[in-house]
Write a protein that binds this ligand. Structure first.
Ligand SMILES: [Zn+2]
Length: 337
């Protein structure tokens, strides 16, 4: 009997010492396997006197059950511990601050918000118009009659319906003046489309921001002050500017506002084509013909208009040397700026 008791005691110690499921399985094989200790005891039955055999068999079977029960109990313990460990390792505290990246506004959106804020401060409101225009609003009313060579300048796309994906936001000037009499102060940011060869400074779909101020006795001085203020706000410093005469059919006189090249500070570099200046805002005093086509009397009212190349302004603001980077979906750019 002491042989069975000591075997059980040894088995109980081995079961308790098994630290994980594979170790426990080793203990099971050691005691209950085909070549295990308990099988060996059963094999001894034949060597006993016949009257002792039934009693011995019962006791070995009882030991077999005890060891089996001990193994099962330990197995349940180890499984529970393993589950707990897995739960703790994978536990997520939803209240902890996270390292996840938060969203950011695209540079174009950021600059747009600043432009809108700047002009709100000057009493301008935001106007909008359709991206698909008719020839009247995109050309005719802007003093660009049919067959006028100036139409070629805009590399216009045409739809099969004859409509035009607008080549500039200037069409919104017309739509605003058709609906309302002066005084008018609007800006109209929006997408424009031209059949351009795409490169570092040209895109076929791009953003412009139109501006229009119509009132009595508006002067070039108003135009100059307004745009210089805008450039200073956007660039963050009093960047040197200059106005050059330019021809646009819808303004007279027409002007181009240049700013000193931000990349070379006027020294001359490949981006400013070694001129030291970068053209940013075509502008001018609204042509009397444009006012007339909208039913506004040019003898009573006048004003200025501008069409800022919005994407280019964003480029200059952030020192980006290729327009395409604004649209290539690269999130690093958005996160960095
Ligand atoms: Zn330069």
């Amino acid at each position: 009997m002491s042989q069975l008791e000591s075997l059980y005691a040894q088995a109980a110690r081995d079961v308790a010492a098994a630290g994980d499921l594979p170790a426990l399985d080793g203990v099971r094989v050691q005691y209950l396997g085909k070549k295990g200790a308990i099988k060996a005891l059963l094999k001894q039955t034949g060597k006993l006197p016949p009257e002792e055999r039934p009693g011995w068999g019962q006791k070995v079977n009882a030991l077999n059950k005890q060891v089996t029960d001990a193994l099962e109990a330990r197995k349940a313990e180890l499984q529970h511990a393993a589950e707990q460990a897995a739960l703790e390792a994978g536990w997520l505290d939803p209240t902890l601050p996270t390292a996840a990246r938060t969203g950011a506004l695209h540079p174009i959106t950021k600059v747009l918000m600043e432009v809108v804020d700047h002009f709100h401060g000057l009493g301008f409101e935001v106007a909008s118009g359709p991206e698909i225009e008719d020839a009247f609003h995109n050309f005719d009313a802007l003093n660009i009659p049919d067959n006028h060579p100036a139409r070629d300048v805009w590399d216009t796309f045409y739809l099969t319906t004859g409509e035009i994906p607008r080549t500039h936001t200037s069409s919104v000037q017309i739509r605003t003046m058709e609906q309302r009499q002066p005084p008018l102060r609007i800006i109209a940011p929006g997408k424009c489309f031209r059949n351009e060869t795409i490169d570092a400074t040209h895109l076929a779909a791009f953003n412009q921001c139109e501006g229009l101020y119509i009132d009595r006795d508006v002067t070039v001085g108003h135009l100059k002050a307004t745009l210089e203020g805008l450039v200073e706000r956007l660039m963050g410093y009093k960047v040197p500017t200059r106005f050059r005469p330019a021809f646009y059919p819808f303004v007279e006189p027409g002007l181009d506002l240049d700013i000193e090249c931000i990349f070379c500070k006027g020294e001359g570099c490949s981006i400013c084509k070694y001129g030291g200046w970068i053209e940013v805002i075509p502008c001018g005093m609204v042509h009397p013909n444009v006012l007339r086509s909208c039913g506004i009397d040019p003898e009573e009212f006048n004003g200025f208009a501008f069409g800022m190349g919005f994407d280019r302004m964003v480029m200059l603001r952030y020192g980006i040397d290729d327009l395409r980077r604004l649209y290539d979906g690269n999130l690093d750019l958005v996160r960095k700026l």
